[in-house]
Ligand binder design. Sequence first.
Ligand code: SF4
Ligand code: SF4
Ligand code: SF4
Length: 279
Amino acid sequence: MAGKEKPENGKLKVGFYNVTGCAGCLLSVIYTEGDFLEFSQQVDIVSFPFIKEKNDDEQELDVAFIEGVVVTKADEETVKKIRERSKMVVALGACAHLGNIPALAKMKKSEDLEYLKYKKEDFNMDREGGPAPLHTLIKIDYTLPGCPPDRDEIRQFMKYLLLGKTFRNYNDPVCVECKLRNNGCLLDQGKICLGPIIAGGCKAVCPSGGLKCYGCRGFVQGIDKEFDGYFRIMEDKGFSLDDVKRALETFMAIDAHKVLDEKFAQYQLNRKAREESYE
Ligand code: SF4
Ligand code: SF4
Ligand code: SF4
């Protein structure tokens, strides 16, 4: 296993699961095509909706991939049970990692969301506390971020898993890949973009197509000091804290306000200290 010892005999037992999600992450795994075929021949896939008629939801697992955000009581029970019987759990995609669009429900009044709900008895957003990304409920060993996750990153993860190597996510900002593609910067065109604070690994696909980065891969890890520079640029370009929050809400509704309020308060303190030092 990635970073752990492979079982002495037999193949790794691997399960793919989804709670509340659109199935796009699981499809991205399948869309790695030949690489998934090779992977599936070298491991024992005990569960995978779409490709297995019978899925085993009881076996002990070496690796469990989970797509989706926890929205219902049943989702919560499902992910906790998977964690109990798995040596390694991988959060697959932005819903599992960050909460993504379902987590926007946390910011709305429940009566305003009634019209959006499936009118099915077995599906309701009945979990107390609202939508929750996986890491808030269970231990996560690895994350494959993105909406959907990048296929090349999935390919690389599967290879590392088979080699028993520790996988590390790409952790430079989206701007790095954007610049490598010689894109003009959206900020210079008066458009907001979250690229400087969001982890790349997606080949800057959105800005390369003229769209802002909305942050589907989460914050760059360990960039506390960089927020200061980011807010400075945003203010120079005429964007407010609320503009940044609105951009970040799409994928990170749970963290957008809390994290940005905290970082912005620190930025204001730093700015005041800088101004005082010039006096
Ligand atoms: S992360 Fe995106 S692709 Fe994956 S389940 Fe959620 S909405 Fe679908
Ligand atoms: S367009 Fe966005 S990702 Fe690209 S360089 Fe500008 S801020 Fe960074
Ligand atoms: S550019 Fe931003 S929003 Fe687009 S895929 Fe990359 S991280 Fe996600």
